[in-house]
Structures are given as C-alpha cells and as structure tokens.
Design a protein around this ligand. Sequence first.
Ligand code: AMP
Length: 181
Amino acid sequence: MRLVILGGPGSGKGTQGKQLCNKLGIPWISTGDIFRAAIAQNSELGVKSAPYVERGELVPDAIAIELIRERLVQPDTANGWLLDGYPRTAFQAEELDFLLDDLRGRLNWAIWLDVPEPVLIDRSLGRSRSDDRLDIIRRRIELFHERTIPMMDYYEPREKLLRINGNQPPEAVQQDILAAL
Ligand code: AMP
C-alpha cells in the first residue's frame, strides 16, 4: 500500500501515520523527521535545510524532491510506504506521480487529517519541538493554507483523497482511517 498523510502542524499525522504503518507493515517516511535528523547531525542536507525548517518555511521543492527520490528506491519500500509531510505543494505531488511512473507503481490514497486551526495551534504548543513556537506555528499554518490545501485539488479529481475528521480522540481517527481504506 502506498499512502500519503496530509494535515497542518499538530494534525496528528505522525501519531496516526506510525500506527497505520505498524498495522500495514510498511515504513513510515517523514520528511520533517529526516530534515530534523540531518540538522542534528549537521550533514550536508542539514546545513541546506536548517534555515528553512528553523523558521517554519518550506524547504525548496528541489531539495525535498531529491530526498524522496533517494528514499523511495531503498529496499524496505518494496511493499509500499506511508509518506508523512510529503508532498506539501502541488508541484511535489506532481513530481511524486512522475517518480511513481518511473518506479512502475501508483499511489493508493492521500489521507487528509482535517483539524480546525485553533486545535492545530493548541496541539503544536503542547509539543516541545524547536519549530513549535507560536510565531513559527502560525507561519507553518499559513503555509499549509497557501501551499498544501490547494494540493487537495490535485488529489480530489483523481479520486485519491480521503478526508478524515482529525478532531477526535486518536483511536477514533485511526478507526476512521482504517474504515476508509
Ligand atoms: P513536519 O515535521 O512535517 O511538520 O515538517 C517540519 C518542517 O520540515 C517543515 O516546517 C518544513 O520546514 C520542512 N518540511 C518537511 N517536509 C517538507 C516538504 N515536503 N517540503 C518542504 N519542506 C518540508
């Protein structure tokens, strides 16, 4: 199964995505986590992405796309994967489809965890990541509206979009996702 999970900061993508991966036996691939790990290691990718991640800006498409291109040819992806936080822009969504054409696969579903904005802010403030400061959270939510929500117009007409109410207890969200799949 090849899945992407989408939602604003604090929408529960990580929690829900990891649980789903355990159930389905597929790897959880979080671009945000990969960037954060690279920054912690001060690797070349970390140095390139840090100025964006630390301000809540999107890392340039070319860097994100290259990262995913390299990740999706690793042997653990043979039975599928779940991408958490990728794609974030319509351009990335299109690029993912091109990549999947090359790899002779296709995406099964794009899961959208829909959560009202005040809840996104509250949940993000409850975490302790360095990019969870109020001004940075607001910027990430703004970018989610500007860049990521329009991407739903890419998946919807392709009948790939599963819109899930993410403003419920985690178990209920997981049940709704499993029922929809
Ligand atoms: P996340 O953990 O998904 O909220 O991502 C944390 C940060 O990593 C974001 O605020 C962006 O700076 C960066 N990031 C993660 N995924 C992407 C992506 N697909 N495109 C651009 N930037 C990304």
